[in-house]
Design a protein around this ligand. Sequence first.
Ligand code: BTN
Length: 270
Amino acid sequence: MDIIPFLPLKAAVIRSHLNERLSNIPLHLFLEVDSTNHYLKNLPLDTDTHICCAELQTQGRGRFGRNWHSPEGENIYLSCRQVINRSLSQLSTLSMITGMAVLTALKNCGIHQDIRIKWPNDLLWNDKKLCGILMEGIIVSETQVQMVTGIGINVNSDNTKQLLSNRAWCSLYDITGRQFDRNLLIAAIINTLMKFVEEFLEQGFSTFRQRWEQFDYFNGKEITLMQSGHSIHGQACGINDQGQLCLRDKTGHMHFLWSGDTTSRGADSS
Ligand code: BTN
């Protein structure tokens, strides 16, 4: 049986595809690390933007304290640390902007399948999760936050052969039937993410809100949101200017939600 080895991660290749002004960005590349987010959170504080990626994570972490399955050599485990001169409360929409940046980068790399963003930031294809994002903000002062953005994308995993395979997950390979050079995807994501964050800091969230509709997985769907032990059920009606999810319950009352674990009943049938 032929085994096609995946192309390894190479700092020089990533760097050569970064926009010129990012070409000197500190890039921490590991064969193995506990978690790329954890590594960047523990780096001494400075004002540089740092990038960390790894072939394997031994303790990959997801939202809500979950683990992030991080097998060797197949996928992207990428984190970025930026010091941002805003208060943490002004940065709640960054996770959505990150999701939009990842999806835009994938499209720019020629992946045009109908991938959507499940609020606030999961990327889904055919109701299956392709990418998860974990944002961790550390308050430096009232007006400064150290933001660590962690991005996990299933790239070359063949989901039909994985032990952990289940219908809820997919990879770019599953979607396209192609294998990808992760170095090129990582460079495209960093380029787009830096551009989007800059645009957000200069102009705010409103242009992203206008673009959100084309990415919105939930729009019009019946969903249930779990928040601090209780659930809210209703129809998703997009997001507002603050990036809150708008959910109309059966009495017609509109809820505006900052966070929560969401499931959609229509997911399997839509
Ligand atoms: C989620 O639960 O959907 C978020 C998953 C985030 C996973 C990424 S992989 C790179 C970075 N390092 C981690 O430990 N987690 C994030």
